[in-house]
Ligand binder design. Structure first.
Ligand code: PGA
Length: 261
């Protein structure tokens, strides 16, 4: 049984000291947890976070929230994929709706970044999802297929094991409104069907797909039971280690097995 992915997106929150303190606390709170924890920290905290995770002897993946798609050059203030990987990060968020909306990143750029990330050995957390406008106009399926196909352009089948797809309906991010079980299942089904067409059934069934959008320590249990959901990407509720550890525990396979006995 592959591990479930429980991912925190700190966004523009937490100083170096706060990140280190967080890892300290989260490490104790999740000592009996077997899910794959991923922490998307501010870029500047990556090396310190990696150091702390190693010190604690945990397998948390430290991830970056963004990088510039260019290899190097006159791009003041930017960092590239190689720098991110060199800093010790093991993964990167690509296509998050805040990047798409606030920084006008389109599917073409998302695809360029996925290609660069894979080349640098980073796991891609590829975010996609429909807006409220899309939902109201019955465009969800079309938008998901479009974002997925364009984002994965020129990506080979054997690279899909390095991609985690995060289905995040934009209207659910930071709003306190969670997609229903039916909405999540339907969208994940659309993603798997599209992957089956683009690649094959086996790949479609094996790709890790997580849900994101107002996940918290209360609704996580129900979300963990939805078929086809391999984990979660959490923003607001990930900032407090006590809350995030509860979410991680909801996705622990060892606990579920123990409980069944
Ligand atoms: P949220 O954010 O959990 O605060 O809704 C999710 C995300 O932005 O990935």
């Amino acid at each position: 049984m592959p591990k479930k992915y429980v991912m925190a997106n700190f966004k523009m929150n937490k100083t170096n000291d706060e990140v280190v303190d967080y890892i300290d606390k989260l490490s104790s709170l999740t000592s009996d947890c077997d899910c794959q924890v991923v922490l998307c920290v501010p870029s500047i905290s990556i090396p310190l976070a990696v150091q702390k995770v190693n010190e604690k002897d945990r397998d948390f993946i430290i991830a970056c929230q963004n990088f510039n798609e260019n290899d190097f050059g006159a791009f003041t203030g930017e960092i590239n994929a190689e720098m991110v990987a060199g800093g010790g990060a093991g993964a990167v968020l690509i296509g998050h709706s805040e990047r798409r909306n606030l920084f006008k990143e389109d599917d073409l750029l998302v695809n360029k970044k996925i290609l660069k990330a894979l080349k640098s050995g980073l796991i891609c957390i590829f975010c996609l999802g429909e807006s409220l406008f899309d939902k109201k106009n019955n465009l969800t399926e079309q938008v998901i297929i479009n974002q997925l196909s364009k984002g994965l352009n020129s990506i080979y089948a054997n690279e899909l094991s390095h991609i985690v797809i995060a289905y995040e309906p934009v209207w659910a991010i930071g709003t306190g409104i969670v997609a229903t079980e039916q909405e999540i299942s339907q969208s994940i089904c659309i993603i798997r069907n599209t992957l089956a067409k683009l690649y094959n059934e086996e790949i479609a069934n094996n790709v890790t797909i997580v849900y994101g959008g107002s996940v918290n320590d209360v609704n996580c249990k129900d979300i963990s039971k939805i078929k086809g959901v391999d984990g979660v990407l959490v923003g607001g509720a990930s900032l407090i280690p006590e809350k995030f550890s509860k979410i991680a525990k909801a996705f622990c396979e060892c606990k579920k097995t123990k409980n069944k006995k």
